[in-house]
Write a protein that binds this ligand. Structure first.
Ligand code: NAG
Ligand code: NAG
Ligand code: NAG
Length: 202
């Protein structure tokens, strides 16, 4: 056994040892790496919540002027939010869905970076979000591989050419809001996947 550095990991070792002694009969091996990938995904989603709010620099009051603005980006995923959806989630299907949404938002964030550069407004937040989304996407891909599930193909969204700062702002607001909806959805999905019944199955 490895040298134990601190009390916590010492206690953890005791718990694991106790578990091993109690469950002497053969049982499915828990998969700590899949569970820890879900944990890392959660971490990236938390970071993404922060960067999604910074995609535009409007105050809450200024944002009110945009509530009635028509949504223009048809390629943005429409996130389901019914309770029934969560009850029926299977690991393979939720990960595939999470992957498709993540890739779509990643491409939109990358596009937004170019759009904002083109009209000479700060684009670091869009770049930050697209990097967070890339990390998230890579982790989901790795966990799909781990459960031997095919990585879904996603068609690139069709995105308009933007020539005015106002349009760039409007699209920033739209992506920011939808990305926040996606983040909250992802957190619920990941919490569901982190439950022991899912985490330890494989
Ligand atoms: C998100 O932002 C808040 C405040 O700006 C900060 O305290 C928190 O650590 C950030 N979270 C992550 C995961 O970056
Ligand atoms: C997901 O796994 C279940 C069994 O756990 C299987 O019935 C279903 O067909 C799988 N779905 C996909 C999309 O592969
Ligand atoms: C950015 O500007 C270039 C050059 O003017 C143009 O070709 C490109 O379509 C613009 N990109 C977007 C996303 O509007």
């Amino acid at each position: 056994m490895k040298f134990v550095h601190d009390t916590n990991s010492f206690l953890l070792s005791l718990v694991i040892l106790a578990e091993l002694l109690v469950h002497s009969s053969p049982r499915p091996t828990p998969s700590p790496s899949l569970c820890s990938m879900f944990g890392s995904m959660m971490h990236h989603v938390e970071k993404l919540i922060n960067s999604s709010k910074k995609l535009h620099d409007l105050t809450d009051n200024q944002l009110l002027n945009f509530v009635d603005v028509e949504h223009k980006l048809d390629g943005l995923p429409v996130i389901p939010h019914t309770a029934a959806h969560f009850r029926s989630l299977k690991v393979n299907e939720s990960l595939s869905q999470l992957y498709v949404y993540t890739e779509s938002f990643r491409l939109h964030a990358k596009w937004l970076k170019t759009v904002r550069e083109n009209v000479s407004v700060p684009s670091q937040a869009a770049e930050g979000a697209s990097i967070n989304l890339k990390h998230l996407s890579d982790l989901i891909k790795a966990s799909l591989d781990q459960i031997s599930e095919e990585v879904p193909e996603s068609a690139p969204p069709s995105l308009p050419v933007v020539s005015t700062a106002f349009d760039a702002l409007r699209f920033s607001v739209e992506i920011s809001e939808q990305l926040q909806v996606f983040c909250h959805w992802s957190k619920r999905v990941l919490r569901h996947l982190q439950r022991p019944s899912h985490c330890q199955r494989r």
